[in-house]
Write a protein that binds this ligand. Structure first.
Ligand code: BGC
Length: 737
């Protein structure tokens, strides 16, 4: 279906689907709403026999044969076989939709989304999704459960690594970029693309105490102002599907929440695509305590507007009876089925149920050099230099000891990389070795385990390597199961074994450059003061090793900027830059001053703020200027600043524009990101950057949820991160003001 498709053709296609719907029995319709994972299809490949764990769900083989979609299947040969067998058994020849979590790459694994966020590079983010889509599509996948756009403020929550961070504006830009990359502009005609499914709707990232699946309770204003914009941006970009979240929203689990799904998503936002539950979330309505049994769970989820039930069988077992007894209208079922059939049609599955799946092309495209080069580029852009006392970059004549549990470790792909291959990952010590003029200058020692303390033997090897080296590269981190789904931690320091290794190595008085591999902002006590340099590499993906080596040796320059604050300690959490001021702001920290909003024992500020990151050069900002101090409601003002590279190497700066509203009807954040520019500056080069501000950028949700601006006083800030404090006051006036 191309953009030029006429209304008549559309109606014709819709009519075909309506004709098909008319032929379907209630059971066949209900089966379209069922989604099962790969184990249910084991054996289907060869014999068409379905031998999966049906008893666990209490469903029949017929349901599996006729189900509308599959979860987590990939691989051209396998998907072709399963589709073929499915069609042989399906009375009406309705193809299966193959859905899977292709989150940050398929075989070519890109950095985790939080790292991609830190690149502030929307083009490369889009490209990463396009490459993931191309590889997934040729392997038979039709839909990816991505992007995850949940706004995150709590690094204890393991899933922060799936998000691009704490800012609604930036998250929205990334949401759009990812959807564009996955879906392209012509999903029907472009077989290199897959449909996207934005998740988890809504506000999953606000789980209380950073514990996964926990309660979320936000005011509607918070929800609309901070949490909803990125989902909306994904839908405005044409995202085909939405996944519900596990949490409650205002007391009602999202999966049974009519106000959220039917009223807001469908009626207010006009979303016409498919809503899928998260894994088992329909049945979880029972554990939440809003449904007595599976039948009531099915009823509530249907009424809320959930079209596909993932991995439980409340619909399969109860919808037909709910309809025949008149408790549920068949039209709700028909609407859901039509949405599913429409996506199948849009993807071209009725004409070609195998779509792009092609084992030959799969072997050529997947993990090809071009894709790997893009993954390396994005890994370079995603690393954030947190500290550098001059030890970095290193040079290739130095003797380098690579020590730590990540010196030789292939766990660089991070959570949600099930289709990737750890065997193909180059380990950091090897990547560093490739840079050295003399192979004998590389010394490697594990030092300790990720969570297990050094043995005497390990320590002696580490000490010997360190003693012989000019510089220690200390490769530390969390293994990938320490973040991701259900990967929450109450203590977000590195495990004690690694802190002890830092302490002991520090005593040797050698330059210490730490490289961190992890899925969340950490509490850096025991590392930050001890290290001479810290490079935050996150989980950098398939090409992480060579990318980091390029950065460590100055063949590339670090340019990432944090999109989630690094807390001073866990007691501050949630700590984020776009917070409110309170009636008793702290002012200058002073332990003698009481009755202001502060801690007695730690600073209010995070250790490292949103937007922060260093490079190998230095940038100086000139005096910023405003074209006018008055912004008329229908006009604009320009903000200009000159940025100079005053160092000796080229570097990339991310110039950030923040605004504070001093005249709100409700309290407003102390800063809100409004725009940014990335600039590559050669040594000695200066460039003028300008931003335009207009009234719509100053709108916010009022007490009555009206989205509007208020005339009055504002402050703009332009600088390298959210801690910038040089104020540029301006006034918003009404047209005649
Ligand atoms: C996760 C989703 C994921 C789904 C399917 C769930 O447990 O919360 O993010 O898409 O599983 O794998």
């Amino acid at each position: 279906m191309s953009h030029t498709q006429t209304a008549v053709e559309k109606t014709k296609e819709q009519q075909q689907l309506l004709n098909l719907l008319a032929e379907m029995t209630i059971e066949e319709k209900v089966d379209q709403l069922m989604q099962l994972a790969v184990p249910f299809y084991e054996g289907a490949e060869d014999e068409g026999q379905i031998t999966g764990p049906m008893d666990s769900l209490g469903i029949t083989q017929r349901t599996v044969h006729n189900s509308g979609s599959v979860l987590g299947m990939a691989g051209a040969a396998e998907t072709i076989n399963v589709q073929r067998k499915h069609l042989e058994n399906n009375r009406l020849g309705i193809p299966l939709l193959m859905m899977a979590d292709i989150v940050h790459g398929f075989k070519t694994i890109f950095p985790v989304p939080l790292a991609i966020g830190c690149s502030w590079d929307l083009e490369r983010a889009e490209q990463s999704a396009a490459i993931a889509a191309r590889e997934a599509s040729v392997s038979g996948v039709h839909v990816t459960y991505a992007p995850m756009v949940d706004l995150v403020r709590d690094p204890r929550w393991g899933r922060v690594m799936e998000s691009t961070g704490e800012d609604p504006f930036l998250n929205s830009l990334f949401a759009r970029a990812f959807v564009n990359g996955f879906q392209g502009s012509d999903l029907a005609g472009d077989y290199d693309r897959v449909a996207a499914c934005v998740k988890h709707f809504a506000a999953y990232g606000a789980a209380e105490a950073g514990r996964d699946y926990n309660t979320v309770d936000l005011s509607e204003r918070q929800l609309r102002e901070f949490y909803l914009p990125a989902y909306k941006a994904a839908l405005d970009a044409g995202c085909e599907m939405v996944m519900t979240s596990f949490n409650t929203v205002d007391g009602v689990p999202a999966t049974g929440n009519e106000k959220l799904m039917r009223k807001l998503l469908r009626e207010e936002w006009g979303f016409e695509g498919i809503v899928i539950s998260d894994w088992g979330a329909v049945k979880e309505l029972i554990a939440h305590g809003i449904a007595a049994d599976e039948e009531e769970a099915a009823l509530k989820a249907m009424r809320a507007g959930v079209d596909i039930e993932m991995m439980t069988a409340c619909y399969a077992k109860h919808l037909a009876a709910l309809i025949s007894t008149g408790r549920l209208s068949e039209s709700l079922l028909d609407d859901a089925v039509m949405r599913i059939l429409t996506l199948k049609q849009k993807l071209g599955l009725f004409e070609n149920p195998y779509r792009a799946a092609d084992p030959q092309r799969e072997s050529e495209i997947v993990f090809c050099d071009e894709h790997r080069a893009a993954a390396k580029e994005l890994a370079i852009k995603s690393c954030v230099l947190l500290k550098n006392n001059g030890v970095l970059p290193m040079h290739n004549k130095q003797k380098i000891a690579v020590i730590g549990p990540f010196a030789r470790n292939s766990d660089l792909l991070g959570p949600w990389s099930w289709t990737g291959s750890r065997d193909a990952v180059e380990q950091l010590a090897d990547s560093i070795g490739c840079k050295l003029a003399d192979a004998a200058s590389l010394l490697v020692a594990e030092g300790c385990g990720i969570e297990s303390a050094a043995t005497e033997e390990q320590w002696q090897a580490a000490e010997a390597a360190a003693a012989a080296a000019d510089v220690i590269v200390l490769a530390l981190g969390e293994h990938s199961d320490m973040s991701g789904e259900a990967g929450c931690r109450a203590n977000i320091q590195l495990p004690a074994a690694q802190l002890e290794l830092v302490r002991r190595l520090k005593e040797l008085n050698k330059p210490l450059a730490v490289v961190l591999f992890n899925g969340r902002p950490l509490d850096l006590h025991g590392i930050y003061d001890e290290a001479d340099a810290i490079l935050e590499a996150w989980f950098p993906g398939s090409e992480g090793g060579p990318a980091i080596a390029d950065l460590l040796f100055g063949d590339a320059s670090p340019s990432g900027r944090l999109t989630m604050s690094f807390p001073y300690s866990v007691g501050q959490i949630p700590v984020y830059y776009n917070a409110y001021n309170t009636g008793r702001p702290q002012g200058a920290p002073d332990a003698q001053v009481r009755y202001v909003s502060q801690y007695l024992d730690i600073p209010n500020e995070p250790l490292l703020p949103f937007g922060f990151g260093l490079s190998y050069t230095s940038f100086i900002y000139g005096e910023p200027e405003l074209s006018s101090q008055v912004l008329r409601e229908n006009g604009s003002i320009r903000l200009t600043v000159t940025v100079s590279n005053t160092g000796t190497v080229a570097g990339e700066e991310t110039v950030q524009l923040y605004v504070r509203d001093l005249s709100g009807e409700v309290v407003r954040p102390v800063k809100e990101l409004k725009d940014f520019r990335k600039l590559l500056l050669q040594p000695g080069e200066s460039r003028e950057v300008s931003f335009t501000l207009t009234e719509p950028q100053l709108r916010y949700y009022h007490a009555d949820l009206r989205h509007a601006s208020d005339a009055g006083e504002f402050i703009a800030y332009i600088g390298p991160n959210s801690a910038v404090n040089q104020a540029l006051p301006f006034r918003l006036t009404s047209v005649n003001g």
